[in-house]
Design a binder for this molecule. Structure first.
Ligand code: GAP
Length: 455
């Protein structure tokens, strides 16, 4: 791994991938804004996910559910009762930490706090005299549970307001629409509902850039199935999720499965795919066998049957759910870390290059006139190519510097317009990774690029 988190953060800010949220006001902890290059990258990642899991699978259907849901949804899901983090404050420097993170960091990952009770965590911290990572003192408040759901209110009559929540996951939108989708898509179990959307969590974290933020996007997919087929669907989903992570650009040596040690009482199996981030092995996505828990709870709280009627056997049952959930921002961070490379060139200079899969690269092609007086022809080429691909146009500075800039934002192809172009309608196309250049006809460019950027 060539990238430290600092290098990634600095490149992201310098090149317009990601800026600190509300920066001119001193920032706003754990919020980030995607700039012109970053929004393209994240959109392409979401598109690749949607293509793989929705477009290419006839038994998966898309959804875009509301962020604000009837508050009873969160009672049924258990979030209002138990979606919280164990937090402690350092009485000396007033910094707040997650107790489970303190234990895992202190033990350098050899002790997992997953499944520990509050008392067990407090005992560990006291016995091992775990110090505040910020000021080095050992002076903690007791552990308190902090609710992770953001609350807001909705009122139709002045003064009368009801609490509503910003959804902390997109999954509940998929559960409550199970029968709507099943009926309208004429879907037969097993089938899946997929959705990409914002989720919000009142996280208190030590930073780590996009890894854990208070507002993020999830890409979630729930497969509704009969219990007897559920374990094989769970195993297939693990394979499919891993393959997607590799295909979109993550090195297989930087990916591994991590089975959960302690399962929720209703769960039959659960694992994460972890990625080797610059901060160590951390969860990239989760795959959970949730049994019939979610639909049964919504059936109980809504009073509406969530049973599926098998049209062949006439059997009526509440399906089990296999969930696959991945953060679009967390995957973006992993891909930024994976793509980062520093190469030493023959002339001794260092080239920073982002080796994104061409399908997710922010711009597919940059159009660069060798000199400013070639800009008319270059703009003609831009107007042809920009109808098909996201293109960048740059006529400022030396061609070498312009190549370097495109390398740093991961543009797979640079097209240079020179004086020969005016004579024979050919251009030079340069490959980001090999830096090899070839001469091709302008009319051949769309097909050439289309083939190379396929996902
Ligand atoms: N519906 C299941 C669910 O939400 P989760 O493990 O809490 O499960 C799923 O979240 C994925 O969402 C994680 O694997 C991670 O990729 C992403 N994620 C969760 N919390 C996040 C946060 N605060 N910031 C960025 N991504 C987050």
């Amino acid at each position: 791994m060539k990238a430290s988190m600092d290098k990634i953060v600095n490149l992201c800010k310098a090149r317009g991938f990601v800026f600190p949220g509300s920066e001119i006001y001193g920032g706003f902890a754990n919020t980030w804004d995607f700039g012109p290059v970053g929004v393209e990258l994240k959109n392409n990642i979401k598109r690749a996910w949607w293509k793989r899991f929705v477009q290419e699978d006839p038994s998966t259907f898309g959804l875009d559910a509301a962020i604000l849901m009837n508050p009873t949804v969160w009672d049924a899901s258990g979030h209002t009762q138990s979606f919280s983090d164990p937090k402690m404050d350092c009485k000396n420097c007033k910094q707040r930490f997650r107790a489970d993170n303190l234990i895992e960091e202190h033990s350098k990952g050899s002790v997992s706090a997953e499944g520990m009770t509050t008392e067990q965590m407090e005992n560990y911290i006291n016995e091992h005299k775990v110090k505040c990572p910020r000021c080095g003192n050992f002076n903690w408040t007791p552990i308190r549970q902090f609710k992770l759901m953001f609350e807001t209110s909705r009122g139709t009559v002045e003064g009368e307001k009801d609490v509503v929540y910003l959804r902390p996951e997109t999954a509940q939108g998929e559960y409550v629409n199970f029968l709507n989708v099943q009926r309208t898509a004429r879907a037969k179990v097993p089938f899946a509902i997929a959705q990409i959307g914002k989720a919000f969590r009142n996280e208190i974290t030590p930073g780590n850039f996009l890894f854990r933020t208070v507002e993020f996007e999830q890409m979630e997919l729930q497969t509704f199935c009969k219990d007897e087929n559920s374990m094989s669907i769970y195993e297939n989903m693990k394979k499919k999720a891993l393959k997607f992570a590799e295909d979109v650009g993550l090195d297989k040596d930087h990916l591994r499965f991590h089975d959960h040690e302690k399962l929720a009482f209703y769960a039959k199996a659960a694992c994460d795919i972890q990625y080797l981030f610059p901060i160590g092995w951390e969860e990239l996505n989760g795959i959970h066998h949730r049994s019939t828990h979610d639909l049964s709870r919504h059936q109980e709280f809504s009073g509406k049957s969530q049973a599926y009627l098998d049209p062949v056997t006439n059997e009526k049952y509440v399906p089990s759910v296999i969930e696959y959930s991945i953060g679009a921002d967390r995957l973006t961070l992993a891909l930024l870390c994976e793509a980062y490379d520093e190469e030493t060139l023959e002339n001794g200079e260092t080239r920073v290059v982002m080796h994104f899969h061409p399908a997710i690269a922010p711009y597919k092609v940059a159009i660069l006139p060798l000199q400013k007086n070639l800009s008319d022809k270059a703009k003609e080429v831009y107007s042809v190519l920009s109808k098909k691909f996201m293109c960048d146009y740059d006529e400022a500075g030396s061609i070498g510097k312009r190549y370097r800039r495109q390398d740093e934002i991961g543009t797979p192809f640079c097209v240079t317009i020179d004086f020969d172009t005016l004579e024979d309608d050919t251009v030079t196309i340069r490959d980001r990774d090999t830096m090899a250049q070839e001469r091709i006809k302008i009319s051949a460019l769309p097909d050439y690029i289309t083939k190379k950027i396929e996902f």
